[in-house]
Ligand binder design. Structure first.
Ligand code: 8YV
Length: 320
């Protein structure tokens, strides 16, 4: 096999990227973020056959055109909403991703957020630290979750894992997806997401990001959940109309939100910081050593397999 050239883009931990493995197989360039592309000379950019990408900045025709030899973009993550697949198609560039191996961790995070926001776990810690427990006694009561009705918006790999975990909390499962899925007959299907929100108290968002879901969860959905409603989002910040969510949280129109994802990460809307009915995480869904190592290995094997056998192991579905 001719030795190919790979550009690694992103801030990888040592678990996520085995640089010596890359170097054994490829000529390697490495930059921390897409903005640093300007540090690479034009004739070096022209040598790049593959990109291993970790990040959430936009890769569109303008960027892809800088790489005349580029054949594959191997994404580190299941979400590839910032990579323009139509543009990749136009230039015959393949795009791969890292599905399945992170579903358990992301679903675990969804449940952690759910418990965190309903039982106000961070407020509890503050209650102890501030001395309120001693000076004021018990903290205000909070909301139970066992036995409630939950809606899953998007029953893909991660949504399914969330639903399975929720069953252990004696939860009635309701879900929206484009088509009914072959799942437990006890799970209730909706083809209308607003109707789903009208029939449940708590909403888990596991939709894919991108233009088709931009602002999907609107003020009407939040209103339909009502004042005891909880919103959990582990997918992308863009799927919620974030200003409407902030309005609903500030005015108590819903009980709270557990969020791992936001618009404009990591510089999130400062209004979130004034709330005490949220449980927030800095996009940590897949961020365990074991899972990130597996994601890095699959990202690498996708590139290797493409050059050895003509196809990556996990191509994005639009290109299958
Ligand atoms: C990212 C994610 O991989 O898989 C996804 O879609 O959002 C994460 O697991 C992580 O943020 C690194 O970019």
């Amino acid at each position: 096999m001719k030795k190919r050239t790979v550009l690694l883009i992103g801030r990888y931990t040592k678990e996520e990227c085995n640089l010596s493995m890359y170097k054994q197989n490829f000529f390697v360039y490495k930059i921390d973020e897409l903005m640093d592309l300007k540090k690479i000379k034009k004739n070096d950019l022209e040598k790049i056959d593959a990109i291993a990408f970790k990040g959430h900045s936009k890769i569109d025709l303008e960027i892809m055109n800088k790489f005349p030899s580029l054949r594959i973009i191997s994404n580190f993550g299941v979400g590839y909403d910032t990579i323009n697949i139509d543009d990749a198609k136009k230039l015959n560039i393949l795009v791969s991703f890292t599905p399945d191996i992170l579903s358990d961790d992301v679903a675990d995070m969804a449940l952690a957020l759910y418990l965190g926001v309903s039982r106000k776990l961070n407020n509890g810690y503050e209650w102890i630290k501030s001395g309120n427990w001693v000076s004021q006694g018990e903290m205000p009561l909070n909301k139970n979750i066992s036995g409630s009705k939950c809606g899953i918006l998007g029953l893909g790999r991660i949504g399914f894992e969330i639903a399975k975990r929720l069953e252990a909390f004696k939860t009635e499962i309701h879900y929206f997806s484009r088509k009914p899925k072959k799942v437990s007959s006890k799970w209730i299907y909706y083809n209308n997401p607003l109707e789903l929100c009208t029939n449940v108290e708590n909403l888990f968002i596991s939709l894919k990001g991108g233009d088709s879901t931009d602002g999907f969860v609107s003020a009407d959905f939040l209103k339909a959940l009502g004042k005891d409603g909880i919103v959990i989002n582990i997918s992308r910040g863009s799927v919620i109309d974030e200003n409407s969510l902030l309005d609903a949280l500030e005015s108590g129109k819903i009980y709270g939100a557990g969020l791992d994802v936001f618009l404009n990460e990591p510089r999130i809307n400062q209004r979130f910081l004034g709330l005490n009915n949220v449980f927030l995480q800095p996009h940590q869904g897949s961020a365990t050593k074991k899972t990130r190592k597996a994601m890095g290995e699959l990202q690498f094997r996708n590139i290797l397999n493409y050059f050895e056998n003509g196809t990556p192991l996990t191509l994005v579905p639009e290109l299958e």
